[in-house]
Design a protein. Structure first.
Length: 387
């Protein structure tokens, strides 16, 4: 089959991730569909358009005919090559009628996966009945890089709350495979809306890595940070303290509870966890200290190690009590960013081993852009008069 020749239309990055009916996604579907039709016509006629001196085993072209299709991505307009004897009909239309969703899924997969040429070819073959050039996938993703770069370098402003996290994947480097960290930061702005602020690919989750990411965010204008929510990674906490002097650190309570129950016997873990939750979920510091006194009385002799472990972490676990009560539930853990991490994990599981760090960073960056647009305009916390 003829190689698929594909040109990215101008403006395709805008609105690509907002809604399936967004203009960017519609343009993408239209461009991919047109490229597939052109590739099928070259295979049918045995020669590309306007080629001179080549035989036409299946007849000659007779211009183009406009063909419109209404899709869930919006109306697309295609130019279908015509044969003098009427022998050419693109397979695309037959397959589209049977499984339009398959085509849209394939388009999204080709753009967002960013790594698996073999997978993209399989999707295109099943959805379109066409063979996709191995270079198409990387071409699609690389053409989107300017939009990703513009998003990643956009100016920032005041974000009272930061929620940060990291994940790890196997990435090929030369002839070896290593585990690399992907660090990313989300923030809650003065209107109570969430935003993806930035990310960084690094060899590991180190203090230097977090310092580098936080410094880049500050250079883009990030200021007004009052609370950083994260797990208890020592390098992360140290980097946050240095980057945002005066800001408080909230240790993720969900992470702590998983570690805390391991300090007591298995038979006592359920009850001990319930008592820890009573302390951590208290609405104010006075109530938290009362619950801590009760916990100490119940467990000091039976599980002294668990009591000491909780006391050692209590200040960071209860930092949220210095902020409005209406914000406690959503800021006491990193669950919000953990849910996004699960989406990144799902994509990483399909890839297994990324061919290089750049391919993972592109794919995850595109996914975070998509998440950012999903959050856009949605009030997550009521901020008026609360800070």
């Amino acid at each position: 089959m003829a190689e698929l020749k594909f040109e990215i239309p101008e403006g395709i990055g805008e609105g690509l991730f907002s809604e399936p009916s967004g203009e960017g996604f519609r343009v993408l579907v239209e461009a991919v569909a047109q490229a597939l039709i052109n590739a099928q016509s070259e295979a049918h006629f045995g020669a590309p358009w306007n080629a001179k001196g080549l035989p036409r085993p299946n007849g000659y072209r007779n211009g183009f005919k406009e063909r419109g299709l209404q899709t869930v991505a919006g109306a697309v307009e295609l130019m279908v090559p015509q044969a003098r004897d009427g022998s050419f009909r693109p397979k695309l239309f037959e397959r589209w009628q049977r499984s339009e969703k398959a085509m849209l899924a394939a388009c999204g997969e080709m753009v967002l996966a960013g790594v698996s040429n073999r997978r993209a070819s399989q999707l295109a073959e099943s959805a379109f009945g066409a063979e996709v050039s191995p270079s198409l996938l990387s071409h699609l993703v690389k053409e989107l890089e300017p939009a990703v770069t513009a998003f990643r370098e956009r100016p920032l402003g005041i974000f009272p709350y930061l929620l940060v996290d990291a994940r790890f994947d196997k990435v090929r480097e030369g002839h070896s495979v290593t585990s690399r960290a992907f660090l990313w930061v989300s923030g809650v702005n003065e209107e109570g809306q969430r935003e993806v602020l930035g990310w960084l690919d690094w060899r590991g989750e180190t203090k230097v890595a977090w310092e580098t990411l936080f410094r880049a965010l500050k250079e883009r204008g990030l200021k007004g940070v009052r609370l950083v929510v994260s797990d208890a990674h020592e390098g992360l906490v140290g980097a946050a303290e240095e980057a945002f002097p005066g800001a408080q650190w909230q240790e993720c309570q969900a992470h702590f509870l998983r570690r805390g129950v391991e300090q007591v016997k298995t038979a006592d873990q359920k009850a001990f966890r319930a008592d820890m939750r009573a302390v951590l979920h208290a609405p104010d510091r006075e109530r938290a200290m009362d619950e801590m006194k009760l916990l100490r009385g119940r467990w000091e002799k039976k599980a002294a190690k668990g009591v000491t472990y909780l006391e050692d972490h209590l200040d960071s676990l209860l930092a949220i009590l210095n902020f409005p009560e209406g914000h406690h539930k959503r800021l006491r853990t990193t669950n919000m960013v953990e849910r996004v991490n699960q989406e990144l994990k799902r994509k990483g599981r399909l890839v297994r081993t990324w061919p290089n760090a750049a391919s993972r960073e592109r794919a995850y960056g595109l996914r975070l852009m998509e998440q950012h647009e999903a959050w856009s305009g949605v009030t997550w916390l009521k901020m008026e008069g609360s800070l």
